[in-house]
Design a binder for this molecule. Structure first.
Ligand code: PHE
Ligand code: ZN
Length: 859
């Protein structure tokens, strides 16, 4: 924590294979919250010359032995243990200790609610013991856990339980053995007072598996959905990818203090409680869907991540991009209909555009396979994950399902049990399909969102239709000039009353012409269907054509895309919705054949952060008010229809989180929002009634959000009702806080002081990442009008909290630090204050994590 130090920059091109192998490790833990002793015995083999350099941080070294003899030929500092003059083959025994109780970074071994947990990805294992803590060192682990039996009745680690028993003084032990060699980042242990939900599972090939979900006793009744999600995940991976569970036992453990969503430790996934616990009274439809997708994601890592892992952390997208693609497909398949698939696709694309496009245009822009980093924790990004998944999806589009699966088959045949690179993955896709991936690889090496410009020309006489397509990619840090990408564009020419086929344009050149013959009348272009490529499309399509696509395109994604384009144009140019547009909306509302979830997505206006990206310079208050105004016009002009939609989508049957009912609730609650938006006094009572009478969190939370955000006279009472009902339930209280932190400023003006007050609430906990995110991150990243207050008080709040958090949990602080990423894009007065807060922050001692983000922002 010293800014005078020059930060180390790690480069992809500096990769060196390890000079030692660890064939086996035997770990013995004496678990004590104040001081845990770890005895590690490594069976090692020399692979190359030199000393052995083991990583280790925040450890106290007790002793070292080589081949059972005390050993002194070593040096140790705060980061490394270097052991000299080692033989070809030997046993290295290391005794050290760490302090779980004071570990607030939630990396390594830590205590949460009196139980022990570990988090090792990416570099947490080195806070447990000295090790070759890098993903290309694969080792067979045997783990013995010793702990007090009353305090820690449950003792878990990876693999299979091979022994357990009693010790002296009320202690007991358990020995776990993982048959699969794995990198240290996949190690896990859990010890504490936990209860379990169990199921049996028989795989396709007939072997019996034990599935377990471990939680605190009070939470056991809320684990059913996670278990069903796990079973669906196992079935889906067998069916769609032909991949079976390879362990006798698969465990999920939930923990309330966790930096991320969940972690795919071999056979012992550790989850943020947010992605495990659900029942209708405390979780929303979105929570249910997220749990299914995260449970799937972690399970799918067992093959894409664990059986085949990453050679180094620059290859992170090898496992993450591929696994996100797999979880997206899993969720899409489980939607159970084509329109459900489209809904899922739209949600994924919205996230990409709202969060990844800004990242790719800002100071932290990096290729999905980065070339350098100062702190690897900063590279668990939407680029590595979501854009990484888009790149895999483009391969799927180019090769087709059959070709893609051939590539996957070859990937496992070649690399099962290995630590490999993105190039190795791409080579499998190419070799299995005779696909030339030379140009496609730029998606891995170049950052930035490509811009594709389209000009069309129809020749009446020759009956030809010509597309002039060009691509550029803006400069990004350390990459000023880009080579053209290989861009797959699913395309169709629509002519009213005529059938036509979809085709694939493979854009490879900077400029490319596509000429289509025998086109009898001027067609309407439907391009980048299903968002087949993650690009920004510049194509001036007139509103009447967009309305035609909105109404008629047989690609439902592009129907949504057309209406979003119209809405963006109108909001950014302050144009009121035209009469034909209002008619288009009305028709959509009344169409009985359309999925309510799809309708809701069509009505939902583009996010403010997405609108910001389309402007040269941003006045966030102007954008906010333009959007609010536009929405209000839609509310007022269609008021009767909104009332009807609200009524028509009430559900009489008991609550179920299935996609159809969830879609109805989403549409109904959107209608409610439009009603309150157009006339609060008239409709707020409906919202309050809904809140009091509903049987589920989705409807309750939707009504509460509206009452609070619209400053209804019922707001205080409604908030109080929620609080009384859910006191003591952390996940529910997170929602209670988040609603208040995301409230846009209304008549009341600034809301920064309200957010500061929220932090003083007795349930606010600066050490709990979920709670911190629900207040601080929500305000700074999810409340643009509140945060970007012209006074700059939002930015001051940001400064105070980044600094405070950095002393507790650098990863969580660094995420927050990124709220000012796009400061250069804002109008001068905003920009100036953001800039001064960024500079001021850098005058403090900072973690590597935060320092990297701030330095890059200022560059
Ligand atoms: N590997 C985890 C996932 O994608 C994410 C994670 C990274 C969790 C680092 C914890 C720490 O599923
Ligand atoms: Zn993952």
């Amino acid at each position: 924590m010293n800014n005078l130090d020059n930060p180390t920059i790690f480069l992809r091109e500096d990769y060196l294979a390890p000079n030692f192998a660890i064939d086996q490790v035997y770990l013995e833990f004496s678990l004590n919250p104040n001081k845990t002793i770890v005895k590690s015995t490594l069976h090692m083999r020399r692979l190359g010359p030199g000393s052995l350099v083991l990583k280790g941080e925040e450890l106290e070294l007790i002793s070292i032995a080589v081949n059972q003899e005390d050993y002194r030929d070593f040096e140790v500092n705060s980061k490394e243990l270097t052991v000299h003059h080692l033989p070809e083959v030997f046993d290295l025994e290391i005794n050290c200790s760490n302090q779980p109780n004071i570990n607030s970074s939630l990396m390594g071994l830590y205590v949460s609610n009196d139980n022990f947990f570990t988090q090792c990805e990416a570099e947490g294992f080195r806070k447990i013991t000295y090790f070759l803590d890098q993903p290309d060192v694969l080792t067979k682990f045997t783990v013995k856990l010793n702990a007090s039996k009353v305090d820690y009745p449950v003792l878990l680690s990876n693999g299979n339980l091979i022994e357990e028993g009693e010790l002296n003084n009320g202690w007991h032990f358990a020995v776990w053995e993982d048959p699969f060699p794995k990198p240290s980042y996949l190690f896990a242990l859990v010890a504490g007072k936990l209860e379990v939900l169990e199921r049996q599972y028989i795989t396709n090939s007939g072997s019996k598996k034990l599935l377990q979900i471990w939680v605190e006793k009070k939470d056991l009744s809320r684990t059913k959905h996670a278990m069903e999600s796990l079973i669906h995940s196992i079935e889906w991976d067998e069916k769609r990818f032909g991949l079976e569970l390879d362990l006798e036992r698969f465990m999920i453990v939930a923990v309330g203090d966790f930096n991320m969503g969940a972690m795919e430790n071999k056979g012992l996934n550790i989850f943020n409680t947010k992605y495990v616990l659900a029942d209708q009274h405390t979780a929303t439809d979105i929570d249910f869907a997220n749990i299914e997708s995260v449970v799937g994601h972690e399970y799918f890592h067992n093959w894409t991540g664990n059986r085949v892992t990453c050679r180094d952390w620059f290859q992170l997208s090898l496992k993450e991009g591929l696994t996100v693609f797999r979880d997206q497909e899993f969720s899409a398949d489980l939607m159970g209909s084509d329109s459900g698939r489209t809904v899922k696709r739209i949600e994924d694309v919205r996230l990409l555009r709202q969060v990844q496009f800004p990242e790719d245009a800002g100071p932290m822009a990096h290729p999905i396979r980065p070339d350098s980093y100062q702190e690897i924790n900063n590279f668990y990004t939407v680029t590595v994950y979501e854009k990484g998944a888009e790149v895999v999806r483009m391969l799927h589009t180019l090769l087709g399902e059959t070709g893609f699966m051939k590539g996957m088959k070859l990937y496992f045949a070649r690399h099962d049990g290995q630590a490999v690179t993105c190039d190795d993955f791409l080579a499998c896709m190419a070799d299995a399909n005779q696909f030339d991936a030379k140009q496609f690889q730029y998606w891995y090496s170049q950052a930035g969102t490509p811009q594709v410009s389209i000009k069309e020309q129809y020749n009446e006489v020759a009956k030809t239709y010509t597309l002039q397509i060009s691509q550029t990619c803006p400069p990004t840090p350390n990459q000023s000039v880009k080579a053209p990408f290989h861009i797959p564009l699913k395309t169709k020419l629509l002519v009213p009353g005529q059938a036509s086929d979809e085709f694939l344009i493979e854009l490879k050149e900077t400029e490319q012409q596509v000429v289509l013959k025998n086109i009898q009348t001027k067609p309407i272009l439907s391009i980048n269907r299903d968002f087949s490529a993650p690009v920004i499309l510049n194509f001036d399509q007139p509103e009447n054509e967009l309305l035609f696509l909105f109404d008629q395109d047989d690609n439902a994604f592009n129907r949504w895309e057309a209406i979003q384009k119209i809405a963006s144009n109108n909001i950014l140019n302050n144009i009121a919705p035209s009469d034909p547009l209002i008619e288009g909306y009305r028709k959509l509302m009344l169409d009985p054949t359309l999925d309510p979830a799809f309708k809701e997505l069509c009505f939902t206006l583009p996010a403010e952060t997405y609108l910001h990206e389309q402007l040269e310079t941003v006045d966030p208050q102007i954008v906010h008010h333009a959007k609010v105004h536009y929405q209000n016009v839609l509310g007022v002009r269609l008021i009767n229809e909104w009332e009807n939609l609200y009524e028509a989508n009430l559900i009489a049957s008991p609550y179920s989180p299935n996609a159809v009912d969830a879609g109805k609730r989403a549409l109904k609650n959107f209608a409610l929002k439009m009603l309150l938006d157009s006339n609060l006094a008239k409709f707020e009572a409906i919202a309050f009634e809904q809140l009091k009478n509903c049987d589920n969190m989705t409807d309750f939370l939707a009504a509460l959000t509206l009452l609070v955000h619209y400053e209804s006279s019922f707001a205080a009472e409604a908030l109080n009702l929620f609080y009384q009902r859910h006191q003591g339930n952390d996940l529910a209280l997170d929602k209670w806080f988040a609603i208040q932190a995301s409230k846009p400023p209304k008549q009341s003006g600034k809301i920064v002081q309200d957010i500061r007050k929220l932090k003083l609430h007795s349930d606010f906990k600066m050490r709990n990442p979920n709670r911190v995110r629900s207040v601080i991150h929500t305000f700074c990243m999810n409340n643009p009008a509140g945060f970007h207050d012209a006074s700059g008080e939002g930015y001051e709040f940001w400064y105070d909290n980044v600094l405070e958090l950095d002393g507790i949990n650098p990863q969580v602080a660094a995420r927050l630090a990124r709220a000012l990423d796009r400061w250069k894009k804002f109008d001068a007065p905003y920009q100036a204050i953001m800039h001064s807060q960024l500079e001021k922050l850098l005058t403090n001692p900072l973690s590597n994590d935060v320092k990297e983000v701030i330095q890059k922002a200022l560059n």
